[in-house]
Design a protein around this ligand. Structure first.
Ligand code: PAF
Length: 283
């Protein structure tokens, strides 16, 4: 496994793009957990033994709207490198911020529709930061395929839209959310939950599953499905607050009142200061 720190080291390594070997990128911000390992395994499978799996480790400053959040973002480089080696990554790209963003940079990507709701509503500029860095990573590594988790569903839909709208010749692959035994979606934020919050937070998954069951039994009203979820989450005895809970079209993230097309229920829930997100697809 090669570890590359600078963009200039990366260029000669990836220069021969005429090669038929599949190149797959897994963009991450590090602090890798089982969820990331699932992305790496999918990448390895797509690239096959002869292809190249590149994992980027970069805590992207432009997608943080609060300096504190950026400062406290967990970093675990040594551990991440060991995991990458163990799980078959070929190249780790771990650049410094100054190598990615020129001090006077003035060109960025803006997404003006899908990013206005859900997580984007309370994090202005977040998805523009994500799109900008992902486009940079695409340009630097020139993959055939890039892998993203479905846990950040809005991010996945926005990246797909960017690829479509900017004619980027890269296939975007979404990977199912990896969960703890109790159903809680894996996230580096889970480390910040108390034991009691951690155990209680499984109700988010239970609530989404209850809505899925109701849907399978014929319920088509968004209001009724969302009420089912709200009741379960809000019956917690802890300090729990729903930030958003919406039923949306899977492709354009527009709210749906009566289910007819493939949809998704997406939610963000605060456990004290820790914000957890999850979703469930209704096909
Ligand atoms: O999902 C993430 O970890 C980040 O948003 C990404 C895609 C690596 C961009 O910084």
């Amino acid at each position: 496994m090669k570890v590359v720190i600078t963009t200039s080291e990366l260029r000669p390594l990836l220069a021969k793009k005429s090669s038929p070997k599949t190149r797959v990128l897994v963009p991450t911000m590090g602090s890798l957990h089982e969820g990331h390992l699932a992305l790496i395994h999918r990448a390895r499978k797509i690239a096959r033994a002869e292809g190249v799996v590149i994992l980027s480790l970069f805590v992207n400053p432009t997608q943080f709207d609060q300096a504190d959040d950026l400062r406290h973002y967990p970093r675990a480089l040594e551990q991440d490198l060991a995991l990458c080696k163990k799980h078959g990554v070929d190249i780790v790209f771990a650049p410094e911020s100054g190598d990615i963003y020129h001090s006077d940079h003035s060109v960025t990507v803006t997404e003006s529709s899908l990013s206005q709701r859900l997580c984007g509503a309370s994090r202005p500029g977040h998805f523009d930061g994500v799109c900008t860095v992902v486009l940079k990573l695409f340009n630097l590594t020139q993959p055939d395929v890039a892998i993203f988790g479905k846990k950040d569903y809005q991010q996945l839909v926005i990246i797909r839209r960017m690829v479509r709208d900017l004619n980027i010749p890269i296939c975007i692959e979404g990977v199912e959310t990896v969960r703890e035994k109790n159903g809680l979606a894996l996230s580096s934020r889970n480390q910040r939950l108390s034991e009691q919050q951690h155990s209680d937070a499984q109700r988010i998954r239970s609530a989404l599953l209850a809505a899925q069951t109701a849907h399978q039994q014929g319920e088509k009203s968004a209001q009724s499905l969302l009420n089912t979820i709200r009741k379960i989450i809000e019956s917690s005895e802890l300090d729990v607050e729903i930030d958003y809970l919406e039923l949306l079209d899977q492709d354009n993230l527009k709210p749906i009142e009566t289910l007819s097309s493939p949809s998704i229920i997406a939610t963000a829930v605060f456990y004290g200061p820790v914000r957890l997100i999850d979703n469930i697809e209704l096909d």
